[in-house]
Design a binder for this molecule. Structure first.
Ligand SMILES: NC(=O)c1ccc[n+]([C@@H]2O[C@H](COP(=O)([O-])OP(=O)(O)OC[C@H]3O[C@@H](n4cnc5c(N)ncnc54)[C@H](OP(=O)(O)O)[C@@H]3O)[C@@H](O)[C@H]2O)c1
Length: 323
């Protein structure tokens, strides 16, 4: 595994992190979930990305992870960087969503209980909440650090103007933002300009999610919807409507470049995210150990020729494929 320094902090992150958004919930196979976490850790992926609402049902991915920690990994806690987040819909009731102090404080306590951890390495505001003053959200994050419930803080998906305000508040309180989390893939370039620039200027690391566009950038949907895929499992986040002819055509063309490089399309898509040198780590999601092992091999061929990059740019510059 390779590691990159996260912004101006003293923390190094593995270039690949494992996310537990899908495939770690109460309805998923615990044995497979455990094997994925243990394989990841054995291969140097020491950063695990959680959120209070991951499941389904919400909270169950943290319960799964807590069980693996207790049964298998507790002795390695100091070698692990574990993140969680609050901000999206979590429990019914007026305080169960958003980025108020009330929600963030209660959420962090609940997440600690579910995972059985004493502290999170990183606690994120999962989203900017226009109904809450940003000062309130940021002060809640600062206080989690002061209370010893988090070592570092992060922000996720903040729009540029609020991202700027968040960094400034956190810097004033001497709790700098360790990580800024944005979606970034060959099918979603939006964060690359403004959000990445702001993060670098503020000394924050950058961590990217959905690098395979939730599986589209593996080529798995080229011949229909595989029975065991995210779309077939009715994820509300990736539906048949996302599998458009234009995206499939781009996937086909990208697959040719990947094959010429001796890589799978998934491997090339991950290498491409990491070729953006400002990215500290890419969060992968997997539904099997085979996928995990295969994705790790992206690191065997990380560099691109100028011709390859130009051809990829040409393919992905079609506006209709962006999402
Ligand atoms: N901050 C945020 O708001 C936010 C939002 C989203 C995600 N995240 C984080 O980012 C993580 C990753 O997101 P993601 O799951 O969307 O990432 P992704 O890498 O774009 O998609 C992962 C999915 O693609 C499929 N896949 C992966 N490797 C494959 C391979 N080699 N061959 C075939 N299929 C493969 C699997 O789905 P199937 O096998 O089931 O089809 C897998 O679950 C999440 O777990 C979470 O931690 C954060």
């Amino acid at each position: 595994m390779q590691y990159r320094q996260s912004g101006h902090s003293g923390i190094q992150l593995p270039v690949m992190s494992l996310g537990l958004w899908h495939n770690f919930g109460a309805n998923d196979d615990y044995g497979v979930a455990r094997d994925m976490v243990l394989t990841a850790f054995d291969r140097g992926i020491c950063h695990f990305d959680l959120a209070n609402n991951y499941g389904p049902p919400p909270g169950s991915a943290e319960l799964t992870f807590g069980r693996i920690m207790k049964d298998d990994l507790h002795a390695h806690r100091d070698e692990m960087l574990i993140s969680s987040k609050a901000g999206h819909d979590m429990w019914n009731g007026v305080y169960g969503t958003g980025s108020s102090r009330k929600n963030i404080m209660a959420s962090c306590d609940q997440s600690l209980r579910r995972t059985g951890l004493e502290y999170f390495d990183v606690f994120y505001s999962h989203r900017y909440d226009p109904a809450t003053p940003i000062e309130e959200t940021m002060q809640a994050l600062v206080d989690l650090v002061r209370q010893g419930k988090a070592l570092y803080v992060g922000i996720s998906k903040y729009p540029a103007d609020k991202q700027r305000e968040a960094y400034a508040y956190l810097q004033r309180e001497h709790v700098p933002c360790l990580l800024s989390q944005y979606r970034y893939s060959m099918f979603d370039l939006k964060a690359r300009q403004c959000n990445f620039d702001l993060a670098v200027a503020a000394g924050s690391g950058i961590i990217c999610f959905s690098p395979l566009a939730q599986g589209l950038l593996t080529g798995k949907y080229l011949d229909g919807i595989p029975a065991d895929s995210r779309v077939a499992k009715h994820s509300p986040f990736l539906t048949p409507a996302h599998i458009t002819p234009k995206r499939l055509e781009a996937v086909r063309q990208l697959g040719v470049i990947a094959a010429n490089r001796g890589q799978s399309l998934a491997q090339m898509a991950l290498a491409w995210v990491l070729a953006e040198g400002r990215v500290t780590s890419v969060i992968i999601g997997t539904s099997s150990v085979n996928q995990l092992e295969s994705n790790l091999s992206a690191l065997d061929n990380p560099t691109f020729t100028t011709e390859e990059l130009n051809r990829i740019d040409e393919i992905i510059s079609i506006p209709e494929i962006s999402f």
